[in-house]
Write a protein that binds this ligand. Sequence first.
Ligand code: ADP
Ligand code: MG
Length: 288
Amino acid sequence: AVPLVVAISTAVSAKKGLLIRNRTAFENSRKITKIIFDKTGTLTKGEFGVTRIKSIIDSVSDDELLTIAASVEGNSEHPIAGGIVKASREKEIKLDEPSNFENITGKGIQADLNGKKIEIVSPGYLKEKDFDIPENAFENDSETVVFVISDGDLLGYLALADGIREDSYDAVKTLKERGINIVMATGDNEKVAKAVSKELGLDNYYAEVLPEDKQKIIKDLQNEGEFVAMTGDGVNDAPALAQADVGIAVGSGTDVAAETADIVLVNSNPKDIANLILFGAATYKKIM
Ligand code: ADP
Ligand code: MG
């Protein structure tokens, strides 16, 4: 007989960096009725480019806003941070060094910079803190928008765009053919989520989802009788990956997620995820 891993390697391009931690869950792929994908870095490339920078304060130029944002984002590993830092490099902007950097889980980041407390945050966080959303912030449906706050004053926003992965179309097609319902969960704003979901022809999406909400989403679906697979890429996804019937940790640098997942895939290509699911289902049949 062909060893399992060798056989999978023919179906999945991830020849290295695939780990089946829970074989039963893997074989339970045949029961999956719903899969919840991450957006950023899974269905999309996770390579953000800055499309607009807008200061709403007279005393702060757009370049100064970028300087502040990039200085703080230099400490973040989120793909949004990569896009903002890249934009500052293209303009050869010299960055300042922040201190006391912290993540605001699912909502952004904060740090001290030149004596001010800087927060770079999601639209959801802005609403929660009762800020007025600046006019034109959401003029493009496909843009992810983050807001810069300095000592409690809203300075402006940066808009970024990511692209859908070519392989996502194939993955959606493959899973749909199997009758699996495809859902996306993202921390990103409603408009982006809707645009990506529509473009890919997904069955549903959840936007502005906090990491801790993902577990509940899965639990509720399971209570409705769904057999749920989920992909997750972060430390905060561990509870949801554990809750899922088939939990798939994707991407590198996800030690905590990997420890609770049933399957670990170092790349986050949705086509590989779809093929894994087909393979898991086929493996079960063979054993019977
Ligand atoms: P996703 O993986 O779907 O992008 P996250 O939970 O990682 O969701 O992020 C949710 C939202 O929090 C982002 O869309 C953004 O608004 C905000 N956010 C997260 N990290 C950062 C960051 N480094 N800089 C600015 N905003 C961030
Ligand atoms: Mg994420």
